[in-house]
Ligand binder design. Structure first.
Ligand code: ZN
Ligand code: ZN
Length: 49
């Protein structure tokens, strides 16, 4: 699985559906979650702070 924020292959991550389109599965690694990095849905382009 690849983190949508940093693009790295990750083992520890959280996954959830995009809040806007509800279709794309967002993968976010622990470090990006802790750092609060911005992430973007590759499908609809919606970005969260
Ligand atoms: Zn990441
Ligand atoms: Zn989306």
């Amino acid at each position: 699985m690849k983190c949508v924020s940093c693009g790295k292959d990750v083992k520890d991550y959280v996954e959830f559906k995009c809040l806007k389109c509800g279709e794309y599965k967002i993968i976010r690694c622990d470090s990006c979650r802790v750092l609060g990095r911005k992430y973007t849905c590759p499908k609809c382009g919606f970005a969260w702070p």
